[in-house]
Write a protein that binds this ligand. Sequence first.
Ligand code: TRP
Length: 410
Amino acid sequence: METATPRTHWSSRWAFILVTAGSAIGLGNIWKFPYMTGTNGGSAFVLVYLLCISCIGVPLLMAETMLGRRGQANPVGTMRRLIAEAGASRAWIAIGFIGILGALIILSFYSVVAGWILEYAARSFAGFASLTREQASANFSALLADPLRLISWHTAFMLLTGWVVASGVTSGIERANKIMMPALFAIIVLLIIYGIVAADMGAALRFMFHFDLGAVRREVVLSAMGHAFFTLSLGMGAIMAYGSYLDRETSITRTAFYVALADTGIALMAGLAIFAIVFAHGLEPASGPGLILQTLPLAFGQMPGGIVVGPLFFILVIFAAWTSSISLMEPFCSFLIERFGLSRRAAVVSMGFAAWLLGIAVALSFNEWSGVKILGLGIFDLLDTLTTKIMMPLAGLLIALFVGWVMHRR
Ligand code: TRP
């Protein structure tokens, strides 16, 4: 049964832009974009990423918002309604299910990585003074080797996420976003200034923007396209769920444009700030998922006022991650609520517990279970590849086909 109660709506179009930007801007921009750029050879990746954002990302962002706004329900309910409206094949319901399942999988590893940031936020209060680059790397490896610490922080982050989703989407999220996002922006600007003054911004610019078409390989294209989906929160029901809290009159074209612009801007700035430090300290750009945690502590340890800027930065990243993880939990929860009549709290507990369990496997894949390989990939890489490189592009393609060919004009 779908519920018949009137649906809550965002307070304004700006509120919607804000929460959608909050969903888009997260670990994807500050953690994932820099390390993916590093492992995929720099500028070639950035070029394809920018093309994918503008040619695929923005149109899909509009399409997905539109589906949600028209369906006025959770991703599965929305698809069911639109399929009935168009008299289309029931198979299109796959869009809804790929979305809610994919979001659950992403949430599981997202929460583990957010846990790393929580640990670093806690450490940053003591400062990172006189840290060498070897120590910075060793510190990160030591964290990965400690399952108990990983799991505790992962649990804490999942509880934070569940708490907001349980208390409803409109109240807390809107307000938190309004303060946190501008503050995050300001700190990243500060880091860029640090990069110019005290690190190697020239090398960072060359690494990211010296476009060389010859360096674009197939693997790079797939990674960049996957990341464009990831960073805009596409294909996984999140935007559809948020779009369903729009009333039917709200216009969405400009919204998508603003969100993509803010999201891309933050990612590029974070990338520049981090690579300036990487090159100034002779670090390895391709060192993988630990990149920001091996570089930023060096900068915070050396810059004047680093003892204040460091904690502030990590706290803001946690908030950015938080406003994203909420949007990963909402699609499945709204499905449970509307389809099975669960209370919001019960839905959060069931969905959160499933994602938490899967997250435990992710946390263990860095230590106790590091030998477990499925299709040649560890658990973390497997879940990341499955969602980012397979489920998201597939869902994106299906959404494009559905909106372009199946749905009727009204
Ligand atoms: N876009 C977020 C980030 O960059 C992550 C995210 C939130 C997401 N919701 C999503 C990714 C839905 C895919 C689908 O950190």
